[in-house]
Design a protein around this ligand. Structure first.
Ligand code: SF4
Ligand code: FES
Length: 363
């Protein structure tokens, strides 16, 4: 194994408590092979993982899924994480988050809720989420969260079919009393790749979105924090995905597999370890999957000698895998990548609105 310096402590742990979910979004980021309920870690093992994470230096815990509310032991898990000293954020669709469950989570010490938003009207939101009445339920949940004084972030996933509603989406967040909105354009790996033709926005939409966000930042300054992740297919350079592989955060899947990012399992040659096989610190510091793309030795040209290699770290490994079949290739959205013409070809083939394909839902 290469002799790399020990990485600094990760800031955040994303705990995918379950892959079970009532929604079936066409851009779902869960892996194509999901973990069944029987394969999920039990309460005690998750509690140990949270304690190990805190010892390692992790500050923030994101409880995610699937739909984490599907775990009946969610309040116990929140309590265990708080006892370990972690800041606990719940990432949820809101489905199943009854008043009684919110009471229990609040009592357990939940710090923050991040509520996903598929659209700003029931028609489109329920169509995208594949769940009837999901939007109405989400509204009730959002109101209950803010009425309790729990900080709320809306997580708006944007794409071809809802990006025109961006201004309305931002004002909706303000009306609901959210403190922050994350506007994340769909990234294309996993299930989203299957629906790319229906989800990839047009250049006009993206330019309009940038102007809308710039205006909204001025309008809502001091009332709403706005984070915007534009679709990188339109960028000249890739994003520094995960802040660099194995540098700031780690994911634990429902069966305890530890991943450097949520889509890392799409890279076939990587060797992953489970929390039941080794301590979290050992996996973070020395695990072969975490070492795979740290430093510069793994890079190919043009990244290896590029002045931006410590800025974007060569882009997203999972996107390089999805678009080129080689996870160590330069992210093909980069304008220096020899594969960039393939991305430009995709942008040139965007269908007209009338010709958009139907979503393929994961059921
Ligand atoms: Fe980033 Fe590599 Fe492109 Fe340079 S060549 S800008 S390091 S992706
Ligand atoms: Fe895996 Fe970007 S999603 S490195």
């Amino acid at each position: 194994m290469r002799d790399l310096p020990l990485p600094p402590a990760p800031i955040a742990l994303l705990a995918e408590l379950t892959h079970r979910c009532p929604l079936s979004c066409p851009y779902c980021s869960n892996p194509l092979e999901m973990v069944a309920r029987e394969g999920e870690l039990d309460t005690a093992t998750w509690a140990r993982v949270f304690a190990e994470a805190a010892d390692l230096g992790v500050l923030q815990l994101h409880l995610s899924g699937g739909e984490p509310v599907a775990r009946r032991d969610l309040p116990e898990l929140v309590e265990a994480a708080r006892q370990a000293g972690l800041y606990v954020n719940l990432i949820t669709s809101g489905i199943g988050l009854t008043e009684a469950r919110l009471d229990a989570l609040e009592a357990a010490g939940l710090d923050h809720v991040q509520l996903s938003l598929q659209g700003v009207r029931s028609g489109i939101a329920d169509r995208i989420g594949g769940y009837k009445s999901g939007f109405d339920r989400k509204l009730e949940v959002a109101k209950s969260i803010t009425a309790r004084g729990l900080p709320l972030t809306l997580n708006a996933v944007m794409h071809r079919q809802n990006l025109d509603d961006l201004a309305e989406t931002i004002s909706f967040a303000v009306e609901l009393g959210a403190r922050r909105i994350e506007i994340a354009c769909v990234q294309f790996y996993g299930w989203a790749l299957t629906n790319r033709a229906a989800l990839l926005p047009t250049r006009e939409q993206v330019e309009m979105a940038k102007r809308t966000v710039a205006q909204a930042v001025q309008t809502y300054r001091g009332r709403l924090a706005i984070d915007f992740v534009p679709p990188d297919y339109y960028a000249d350079f890739p994003k520094a995905c995960m802040g660099g592989w194995g540098s700031t955060g780690l994911n634990v899947t429902p069966d305890g597999t530890v991943l450097p990012c949520h889509a890392a399992a799409t890279i076939p040659h990587l060797e992953f370890q489970r929390v039941t096989e080794a301590p979290l610190a050992e996996i973070w510091q020395h695990g072969p999957a975490f070492q795979a793309f740290r430093g510069h030795d793994w890079m190919q040209e043009p990244c290896r000698s590029c002045a931006r290699r410590d800025i974007d770290h060569g882009g997203c490994r999972c996107q390089a895998m999805a678009l080129t079949g080689d996870a160590s290739a330069t992210d093909p959205v980069c304008r220096y990548s020899p594969q960039r013409p393939a991305v430009d070809a995709l942008l040139a083939e965007i269908p007209e609105a009338e010709a958009l394909p139907e979503f393929t839902y994961r059921r």
